[in-house]
Design a protein around this ligand. Structure first.
Ligand code: MLT
Length: 313
């Protein structure tokens, strides 16, 4: 019967390699987190988990691709909080519903947003940065990973707070945006610390503030925005795994336990922590925990986006 065939198919999962779609360019936080868990999950599942970067429109192209893939666990998404929670408020014609078109698998890691500038900007503190941006708004550019990415919204909240409007430069991910901050072509970027650490350590960019409630353990000298006098612009970003709606519960269960093995493995856990990203605590590792956190973030950030009057230009 069909029931038996389905049961066999589920037992056999994964029967071939798994495509893990990263909806942003290589070198950004979603890509970095995806690659760390994919490598470990391949070992647990006994099949390669292959990363495919499908970038464009702040992750919505890649997420849309997964929403429409066969619900058999062989195509999954690394969904950042931005694509999965900001997009409904920004894109009225979004081709998928982030809440109802996916089965949550689990959170891989979360990281705070950090403001970095190129080395030519004469500021070592957030207040100096604000003065500099106000005085040079016409000449400065602010890079991001597209309208509706975390780097876009985080820096927009900062720019609104400072009271400036500068030219926003969209990229296919913060990986390439960061390269242009390093080269000096772009003035500043608000990104998850995960992808910034190597450049910060190499002193090719300057970290000015953590746009999150607490300092990052990997950069304890960098103050939070609130400590520097700007509260209310905090953002901590999760990256999580999702499968297409209708993926069998047994398959989700296998993927979730492989993910938990990956994030609790001492070596990958250490890699995350060194990058300033944190795997979720015990209570936040289940598909159900992700479902609840995701729903809360769609509501919370939808409200922020509507009240900040953000629009797709
Ligand atoms: C985002 O949250 O917007 C993404 O992490 C950006 C990226 O990975 O490039």
């Amino acid at each position: 019967t069909l029931g038996t065939a389905q049961a066999l198919a589920q037992q056999a999962f994964p029967s071939r390699y798994i495509t893990m779609i990263v909806p942003f360019a290589p070198g950004g936080p979603t890509d970095i987190v995806g690659r760390i868990v994919a490598e470990h999950m391949s070992r647990t599942l006994g099949q390669q988990v292959v990363i495919e970067n499908v970038a464009g429109v702040a992750g919505t192209i890649g997420a849309g691709r997964v929403a429409k893939a066969a619900p058999d666990g062989h195509t999954i998404l690394v969904g950042p909080m931005s694509t999965m929670s900001f997009s409904p408020a920004l894109y009225p014609k979004l081709a998928f519903n982030p809440l109802s078109d996916f089965e949550p698998i689990g959170i891989a890691a979360s990281a705070p947003i950090m403001l970095v500038t190129n080395n030519a900007i004469p500021a070592t503190k957030l207040s100096e940065f604000a003065d500099h941006v106000k005085a040079n708004a016409g000449a400065l550019t602010n890079g991001n990973a597209g309208v509706g990415s975390t780097s876009h919204l985080a820096c927009l909240l900062l720019n609104n707070r400072v009271g400036v409007s500068v030219t926003l430069v969209p990229y296919r991910g913060t990986g390439p945006a960061l390269q242009d901050v390093v080269s000096g072509q772009v003035g500043y970027l608000c990104d998850q610390v995960t992808s910034l650490m190597s450049q910060v350590q190499a002193k090719t960019v300057k970290p000015l503030a953590v746009l999150a409630p607490t300092r990052s353990p990997v950069l304890p000298d960098v103050p939070t925005a609130s400590e520097a006098g700007m509260s209310g612009i905090d953002m901590v970003v999760w990256n999580a795994l999702f499968a297409p709606k209708g993926t069998p519960p047994e398959v989700i269960e296998k993927l979730n336990s492989a993910l938990i093995k990956a994030i609790t493995d001492p070596a990958s856990r250490e890699r995350f922590l060194q990058l300033g990203a944190e795997p979720p605590p015990d209570t936040q590792r289940s598909p159900q925990a992700l479902r609840e956190i995701h729903a809360a973030d769609v509501a919370k950030w939808g409200e922020v986006i509507r009240s900040a009057n953000v629009s797709v230009e």
